[in-house]
Design a protein around this ligand. Structure first.
Ligand SMILES: Nc1nc2c(ncn2[C@@H]2O[C@H](COP(=O)(O)O[C@H]3[C@@H](O)[C@H](n4cnc5c(=O)[nH]c(N)nc54)O[C@@H]3COP(=O)(O)O)[C@@H](O)[C@H]2O)c(=O)[nH]1
Length: 928
């Protein structure tokens, strides 16, 4: 079958077919006429006319196979001669395919138009430059413009300025990304000026030729946008309401997860704004307490109950965060619609903050407790000072019951001493300044008056006017007494109640200033109790204290009230006599004092006889300054002592020289040890029956580089006073042990070396350790060492003295009591001491031959020794008569110049190695 797509072939074919009614080669019969008639008849031009005219007609033929074939019939009449038509010449061009595609296009166009026009959404086609090409009805309705008006515009003209940029970006993206479509929401400015929101979906439509158009579909979403905005606004309103609420609001879903929580709720939970709320049923990090402070289990919380049980619940709960911070709330929970999935109820919880209220309640309770239990009296009045309330302490202090004072004014407390006016002034001052504090006297209900420390505070109302007065006071009677006592003690000697140094110094300065102004004279008396140490040591410190008190009392009676007596310390007193006309007056006072103090004191059943040494310095002759006068009076006092005690001395310049000398001795003595200026002499101790030397007393000698030989009687007291006796005594002990050991090593007869132990050394040093070291290091057998202790030291009756003596005894050394008979020995105590020997004081030995009293004392001591099985040695034996007396009285040992004075170690060594003939020793000693 010939192809209909080839016009040339078709022409040939169809001419033939049309002419013959048969399609050559096809074998398919076709009724051209009929179909031609049918088709042509349907043409507007009458058949015949058309058949004869030159024409180009499109017509449809029915093919023999039943298909319709579209052809363009191009024909022209064929003329014979003279206008006669000989036939028709025609060409059929097959246009079936074109017709089919045109029909499809038409169809598509029709369908598009239909869709385009009927679309519920606004649709438009825009050129790439944005100009409208085609718009549908709905587009016109939405924009308010007619189609014509729109086709004259581009989309930018009706797009809201704020959305243009996004719109342009969208177009760019569409072109560049080659994506199909994009959407944005934008605003369109309608023709009537109204703004509408549209959802714009835009796609690129490309033609075959490559050019393109945008197809925009807009959907009116103004209503949705408004709804959304309203929702947003409503949510914002709700949020601001929630955040403005002082109540905490929490909404939890049916699983207890927080959906909404306002700022107040977060604050109550102690949570930061971005922190996550704990789940309701497992609030890790939190615990809850009931109103009574007991722990509240989670299932009991109102929220949990509403969530599980679906009922409204409320309770006061303390929310305790992990850091211990507790927020007290009134929690109310309301269940919402039950969740079918979990079977639980979402809940809305409101939390009313009670923390401040609880705190205020606590504070009130505390304040009430403080008010009730305060040891200080509290009184609250109104602005007119009428008493509103008082506490228990008020009643205790004042005796006024709350009921009886209510409505009265504080004037009921004003004392006679203070006076009502002054009391009133205090309250007025408090009102003026807002506060008043001070010491006042108040009156008790029964009339007694007492000092109080009063504080009045003003309480003002919001307007600043006085609302109340709060007066707090406490009884300060005891405090004042203590203060007075402290003040007294600060300026007085606690033992004698006499002015102490500070007060004395002050009074002396004042008296001197007065003398300076008035040209007056003033006497300063320095008093020292003679041998007080002996009394103290022998009778004990308590007796010594009582003696000092009694002395102070007598001194008070010896002087005028205007005179000042002070206890300088120890047994020293100072008296200032202001306004003395001449030295006579002070001498008379000194004599009076000596007389009065010479009378025995009755202390603990003992009649104690004492004496005083008094030094006097007078202003201005002996000094114009307090310090100079004091020093000079002290110097004068030493001179009084040196002059035999129980006397007084006026200061003279010569005394100063003496004092200076003492100072010089002390200074030189300090260097004596370093300079090896000290040495020991030994005085033999003789067995009277055989004349044998049984021991030697080590006696210190000082050959000073500066002062020459200084006798022990001069430097030993200074060493004692300055404390230098401690290191010096140590040296003596070691040197004596070394020397004794040397004699032993040399093979000399065994003798005991006696060493004087000063009381100060005994107290200050660890004497036991010292002796034991000296023995150990020198290698001297303990039995070769004798320690001479003073009677007064042993009579201190102190247990530690006893212990030390016992320890020394345990070392194996011998102990003797030096100067025995001069102290106040108690026989019972003597027994307790493990001493070996008593040394009769040379004072008794000296006069025993002439003085029967001394003879009796010596005799008694010898007998006492015998009774107590103690050795007895007499010291200071100077004559044969004395030695004979001692022998006749049964004394076995003696030492003294009769036998030999203290000699050097070398001489002493010769003596013990030579015959025991005392006369030889004397000769030896004299030679030495
Ligand atoms: N703590 C220490 N005291 C010591 C030490 N050395 C001496 N002293 C004490 O110094 C005081 C004076 O001593 P001194 O001048 O050595 O006199 C002693 C003897 O020389 C003296 N004496 C001895 N025999 C006689 C005598 O027949 N007549 C007489 N008038 N005097 C004599 O007696 C002193 C010894 O006394 P005493 O100690 O009591 O036995 C003196 O108190 C010494 O104790 C020392 O190292 N440490």
């Amino acid at each position: 079958m010939p192809s209909l797509t080839s016009p040339r072939l078709a022409n040939t074919c169809w001419v033939s077919a049309w002419m013959t009614g048969d399609v050559r080669g096809s074998g398919v019969p076709v009724c051209i006429r009929k179909i031609a008639n049918w088709r042509w008849l349907s043409c507007a031009t009458p058949w015949r006319t058309r058949m004869l005219a030159k024409a180009s007609i499109a017509c449809c033929l029915l093919h023999a196979d039943g298909r319709e074939i579209h052809v363009r019939d191009l024909r022209s009449p064929m003329e014979r001669h003279q206008g006669h038509l000989s036939g028709l010449r025609g060409i059929f061009v097959d246009i079936t395919a074109r017709k089919a595609s045109e029909a499809a296009l038409e169809d598509s166009e029709a369908r598009f138009r239909g869709t385009f026009e009927q679309a519920a959404m606004g649709v438009c086609l825009c050129a790439v430059n944005g100009r409208y090409m085609r718009v549908n009805q709905r587009y016109c309705e939405l924009t308010g413009y007619s189609e014509v008006e729109l086709l004259l515009r581009d989309f930018r003209e009706i797009t809201h300025a704020d959305d243009l940029e996004a719109n342009e970006r969208l177009l760019d993206a569409l072109i560049l990304d080659n994506t199909e479509r994009h959407s944005i929401e934008k605003r369109i400015l309608r023709r009537d000026g109204e703004l509408i929101w549209v959802n714009l979906t835009i796609s690129l439509v490309r033609s075959r030729r490559g050019s393109g158009q945008f197809m925009e579909v807009i959907e009116d979403i103004t209503a949705r946008k408004h709804a959304e905005r309203e929702l947003r606004e409503s949510e914002a309103r709700m949020r601001s309401i929630l955040s403005a609420m002082r109540e905490g609001v929490i909404m939890r879903d049916a699983e207890g997860v927080v959906i909404i929580a306002n700022a107040a709720a977060r604050r109550l939970y102690g949570l930061a704004p971005e922190a996550v709320f704990p789940p309701l049923l497992e609030p890790e990090g939190y615990s809850f307490v009931r109103e009574d402070g007991s722990e509240c289990p989670v299932p009991e919380l109102p929220g949990a109950r509403a969530m599980v049980e679906g009922c409204s619940a409320a309770a006061v709960v303390g929310i305790v965060a992990e850091n211990g911070q507790c927020s007290w709330v009134m929690a109310r929970a309301e269940p919402l619609q039950r969740d079918t999935h979990t079977g639980l109820f979402p809940v809305v919880l409101t939390l009313n903050d009670l923390t401040a209220q609880r705190r205020a309640e606590e504070e009130l309770r505390l304040a009430a407790t403080v008010f009730d239990n305060s040891v200080e009296a509290i009184m609250i009045t109104d602005a007119g000072r009428q008493i509103l309330s008082v506490n228990k302490a008020f009643t205790v202090l004042t005796g006024h019951e709350p009921m009886s004072v209510s409505g009265q004014t504080p004037a009921i407390l004003s004392s006679v001493r203070q006076g009502l006016n002054q009391y009133d002034r205090i309250w007025r001052e408090a009102a003026m300044r807002g506060v008043w504090q001070g010491e006042v006297w108040q009156r008790r209900r029964e009339g007694g008056e007492f000092p109080v420390w009063l504080s009045i505070s003003v309480v003002r109302d919001r307007g600043g006017a006085i609302a109340n007065f709060v007066a707090v006071f406490s009884d300060i009677t005891e405090r004042k007494a203590n203060e007075a006592r402290i003040a007294f003690l600060a300026h007085h000697d606690p033992l004698t109640s006499l002015p102490n140094r500070t007060l004395f110094q002050d009074r002396l300065e004042q008296a001197l200033a007065r003398c300076e102004r008035n040209g007056g004279r003033l006497a300063l008396l320095f008093l020292d109790l003679d041998r007080f140490k002996t009394i103290n040591d022998s009778l004990g410190h308590l007796a010594g204290d009582r003696l000092l008190q009694a002395v102070a009392e007598r001194l008070r009676h010896c002087v005028r009230d205007t005179d000042t007596i002070c206890r300088q310390g120890g047994d020293e007193f100072i008296i200032v006599l202001p306004d003395v006309l001449d030295s006579e007056v002070s001498a008379r006072v000194a004599e009076k004092i000596l007389r009065r103090l010479a009378e025995p004191f009755e202390i603990d059943g003992n009649a104690l006889g004492t004496s005083f040494s008094i030094g006097i310095a007078v202003y201005p002759n002996d000094g114009r300054q307090a310090s100079v006068l004091m020093k000079n009076a002290d110097t004068a006092m030493y001179h009084a002592k040196e002059s035999g005690r129980n006397t007084y001395r006026f200061f003279t310049e010569a005394m100063n020289a003496n004092a200076l000398e003492r100072l010089q001795v002390e200074n030189q003595l300090r260097q004596a040890l370093e300079r090896s200026e000290l040495l020991l002499h030994f005085q033999p101790q003789v067995e009277l029956s055989s004349g044998r030397i049984v021991g030697g007393e080590a006696l210190l000698r000082w050959q000073s580089e500066v002062l020459g030989f200084v006798p022990p009687g001069r430097f030993i007291p200074i060493a004692e006073e300055s404390g230098l006796i401690v290191p010096i005594g140590r040296w003596v002990l070691w040197e004596a042990c070394r020397q004794a050991k040397r004699w032993l090593v040399e093979g000399q007869a065994r003798v005991t070396v006696a060493v004087n132990i000063s009381a100060l050394q005994f107290r200050r040093e660890d004497i036991v350790e010292l002796v034991s070291q000296a023995l150990a290091e020198t290698g001297l057998p303990p039995s070769c060492l004798e320690l001479e202790l003073t009677e007064s030291l042993l009579m201190e009756q102190a247990e530690d003295v006893l212990d030390t003596v016992q320890c020394l005894k345990n070392l194996g050394v011998r102990l003797s009591i030096d100067d025995f008979g001069t102290g106040y020995s108690s026989l019972s105590y003597l027994k307790r001491f493990a001493v070996d020997r008593l040394k009769i004081d040379q004072g008794f030995v000296r006069d025993m031959v002439e003085d029967p009293d001394d003879a009796a004392i010596v005799r008694s001591i010898i007998q006492l020794g015998r009774s107590l099985k103690l050795d007895v040695i007499a010291e200071g034996a100077e004559s044969r008569t004395q030695v004979d007396f001692l022998i006749s009285e049964g004394c076995r040992e003696a030492q003294g110049y009769y036998f030999c004075p203290p000699v050097t170690p070398e001489v002493f060594a010769q003596m013990i190695s030579s015959s025991p003939d005392p006369s030889e020793w004397q000769r030896e000693a004299r030679r030495a």
